[in-house]
Design a protein around this ligand. Structure first.
Ligand SMILES: Nc1ncnc2c1ncn2[C@@H]1O[C@H](COP(=O)(O)OP(=O)(O)OP(=O)(O)O)[C@@H](O)[C@H]1O
Ligand SMILES: [Mg+2]
Length: 471
């Protein structure tokens, strides 16, 4: 793009001045002499240039300040601004030179101006101050030399051009810097997002590895315990039967002639007490064994050793409702349960396992209410669907989880509850189940305010690599 601009405006009330300027700035090429024309025809010579060094300018005339302003405005509208203006100092009856220049600069601040005057009574300091002239105003004293006018025109149009060029370069430089800055900012944001994502993945990986190794251990322990527990359980049952038989036998002996001797022995051995105590010992043993069996079962679930269950399409809300029903009284004493169900499509899942997750979360929420005096707790269950995933949340306004405890809550056997109330398996089991469903479980908690657990599950199970192997 060329910024060449040789357009000049002359504002002067004297027509003769316009003639002079035109001669100086726009000299006509001299008519070719007959001799020159012949030479050109014969030898193809270029005719000599007009006055040496005189570049040709495009000169416009205005005879009053107002007219000058109109011309400048029109030139701007047409996208052909003037590079400079010569302005006469005194131009009755209209604006004088200074006022004219003020208006011209108001319209186009880039305009280079030469003020022409024959009078030396002007206070130039005053003029420069009033006009904010900076470096755009020169003074030309009349009477002037032709060469002065031509040099001024030459220098100031060149200056206009260079100033424009510099401004353009600065603009494009600024744009380039802006663009670069923007790209850097974007790159920075992307980097930060990636770092956050990586940290998140790392944390998940650590958690997964931890649980996987604990899972293996759990599976081993469960397997080892399962057998002995099985025969202890069945033996206790058999033993109970045997003992009943023995007691019956004793009763029968007491009816025989040796009864007196037997009665003495009976007193000595406190058989009456024993008869009372044996059944309760048996009951407690069975209960204890039952508990151990349940823990073993939980451990097996946690480590996925029993993969017997079927994947089915299930309504999430149905599962939640039935789980809440089972919990019934345990919940009702502790808290109000509020359901805020959204629209959720059927999800493909192992429904009884998913119910177990719901149960663990809701029971934990109820436990978190602790002792609140007469203030009842509130548990909100929300559901929803987004981007091919279903989610549900269990929110309580209970104790909240201290940040020291938070990293450990998914660890197996981690519990803050008294012995007998919690085994610390609920969340680790839930974590395992959600993993198996290719979902995520997250927690958000604040001490004194409450806790929200959120489980997100894909609506459809994605085939795992093992399942994709063709039969
Ligand atoms: N909603 C909750 N509010 C406050 N603390 C919670 C909440 N849910 C879990 N926790 C904390 O996480 C710990 C582990 O929970 P988890 O369900 O795994 O075990 P538990 O409830 O202690 O025992 P279990 O579930 O096996 O009966 C809890 O002991 C408790 O400290
Ligand atoms: Mg629990």
């Amino acid at each position: 793009m060329t910024l060449e601009n040789r357009r000049i405006l002359l504002v002067d009330d004297m027509p003769t001045i316009h003639d002079d300027f035109r001669k100086i700035l726009c000299p006509q090429a001299p008519a070719k002499s007959a001799l020159q024309a012949t030479r050109a025809a014969l030898f193809g010579d270029e005719p000599p240039k007009a006055t040496t060094g005189a570049a040709v300018f495009e000169l416009d005339s205005a005879y009053q300040g107002q007219e000058g302003l109109a011309k400048v405005e029109a030139s701007l509208r047409n996208g052909r601004p003037y590079a400079m203006a010569f302005v006469d100092m005194r131009m009755p009856p209209g604006w004088d030179g200074v006022e004219t220049i003020e208006h011209l600069w108001h319209a186009d601040p880039r305009l280079q101006v030469v003020i022409c005057t024959a009078y030396s009574d002007t206070s130039w300091d005053e003029v420069f101050r009033r006009l904010d002239a900076r470096d755009r105003l020169l003074i030309l004293k009349k009477p002037f030399d032709n060469i002065e006018v031509r040099q001024l025109a030459q220098a100031l149009t060149a200056k206009w051009q260079m100033t424009q060029q510099a401004a353009l370069q600065i603009d494009s430089l600024e744009a380039a810097v802006d663009e670069r800055t923007q790209r850097l900012t974007q790159a920075n944001l992307a980097l930060q997002a990636e770092i956050a994502e990586r940290k998140n993945l790392e944390a998940q990986l650590v958690q997964q590895e931890k649980l996987a190794s604990i899972g293996q251990l759990a599976a081993g322990v469960a397997h080892e315990i399962n057998n002995p527990i099985g025969y202890v359980f069945s033996n206790v049952g058999t033993l109970e039967g045997y003992l009943a038989d023995l007691f019956r036998m004793l009763d029968a002996y007491e009816q025989t002639p040796a009864a007196a001797q037997l009665r003495a022995l009976r007193e000595e051995l406190q058989i009456d007490y024993l008869k009372d105590d044996v059944p309760s010992l048996m009951r407690e043993s069975k209960e204890g064994i039952g508990r151990v069996r349940q823990i073993v079962q939980d451990l097996k679930d946690f480590s996925h050793v029993d993969a017997l269950q079927e994947w089915q399409m299930v309504q999430l809300h149905q599962g939640i409702d039935s789980t809440l029903n089972i919990l019934g009284s345990e919940l009702r004493d502790k808290a109000d349960v509020v359901k805020e169900y959204g629209q959720v499509a059927e999800i493909e899942c192992l429904s009884s396992q998913l119910n177990q997750v719901v149960m663990n979360l809701v029971v934990n929420a109820a436990h978190a209410m602790g002792d609140r005096g007469d203030k009842r707790g509130r548990i909100v269950i929300r559901t929803g669907c987004a981007d091919g995933e279903a989610w549900f949340e269990v929110t309580d306004n209970g104790s909240g989880i201290p940040s020291k405890v938070l990293p450990r809550i998914f660890d197996p056997f981690f519990t803050t509850k008294p012995i007998g109330k919690g085994t610390g398996l609920g969340l680790s089991l839930s974590y395992g189940i959600v993993q198996k469903h290719q979902g995520r479980i997250t927690v958000d908690s604040e001490v004194g305010r409450g806790t929200t657990f959120r489980v997100t599950l894909p609506l459809r199970r994605r085939a795992t690599p093992a399942e994709m192997v063709p039969a």
